[in-house]
Write a protein that binds this ligand. Structure first.
Ligand SMILES: [Fe+2]
Ligand SMILES: [Fe+2]
Length: 269
């Protein structure tokens, strides 16, 4: 089974209304014009889409941060670029949101997120339906949203009790199929103090399930540099990296005979 993964494309479009000047979107805009504009070129997301179609995997997963400030024009642009993936029925397609996709408590932005979420999951589930577990072919997946709007100068998230209990129950379920957790934030954090404004909090019990092997693989985004922390059987965590800043995506191949996951970084430069 082959799974293509991409993340953190951070597309940008001018905001939908002047309200954006008075909430966190204003920070997102400043951030975009001074930093992200020079890093995230949407043409590389188009290249990722084309390369995934060429590879024709069994499954495609996006681990969030499609947008810069979670506004409706940015979702429109992202969905338009990703539409060839939505329309190609030869593989499964899943999207979990990132913190930038649920950036502010604004009705228009939230509706745009809900609409994009449903579209990119091909109507299989709505935003409110997460967390969800789903067996697909030889693998057992758990899709979780840990993101919701936080204050102006941080990008952390907190694992809710509902999410934690759901993941732990799923991890403890007896099955022969390897278990793959899909959400936006890395579980393994090497610099928790330095990264206290950007990390996932309340993750410890879930991290223990990954370290004990009850969860085989954690697939995530948020950190833009592609990183993999895998053992010799391909168990551990894969941070996909930014499709537009790092011009790459990941292809994970699972061989059910050897029971090994193989990670490949695919460049689209
Ligand atoms: Fe990001
Ligand atoms: Fe993020």
């Amino acid at each position: 089974m082959r799974i293509a993964l991409f993340s953190d494309s951070h597309t940008f479009s001018p905001p939908s209304s002047w309200n954006a000047c008075f909430d966190k979107r204003a920070i997102g805009l400043v951030n975009y014009f001074y930093i992200r504009k020079h890093k995230h070129n949407p043409k590389y997301l188009e290249k990722v889409v084309q390369k995934i179609l060429d590879i024709s995997p069994d499954m495609v997963i996006c681990t969030g941060d499609l947008t810069t400030s979670g506004d409706s024009p940015e979702f429109d642009l992202s969905c338009s670029i990703l539409s060839p993936l939505v329309e190609n029925q030869s593989f499964e397609l899943f999207y979990v949101l990132g913190n930038h996709d649920y950036y502010v408590k604004d009705k228009v932005c939230y509706e745009a997120l809900r609409k994009a979420f449903c579209y990119l999951n091909r109507g299989r589930f709505n935003l409110e339906d997460l967390p969800q577990s789903l067996e697909i072919k030889d693998l057992d997946f758990c899709f979780v949203n840990v993101c919701k709007p936080v204050n102006l100068f941080v990008s952390y998230a907190r694992m809710s009790r509902k999410n934690r209990d759901f993941i732990i129950n799923w991890a403890e379920k007896k099955t022969q199929k390897p278990k793959i957790l899909v959400e936006h934030y890395p579980l393994i954090e090497e610099h928790p103090v330095l990264r206290c404004r950007h990390k996932l909090w309340g993750e410890k019990q879930v991290l223990q399930k990954l370290q004990s092997g009850e969860i085989d693989l954690s697939l995530c985004g948020h950190v833009h540099c592609p990183t993999q922390k895998l053992d010799e059987r391909g168990r551990g965590e894969v941070i996909i990296g930014s499709a537009t800043a790092n011009k790459c995506f990941a292809l994970i191949e699972y061989d059910e005979n050897s029971d090994v996951f193989k990670y490949n970084k695919i460049s689209v430069e």
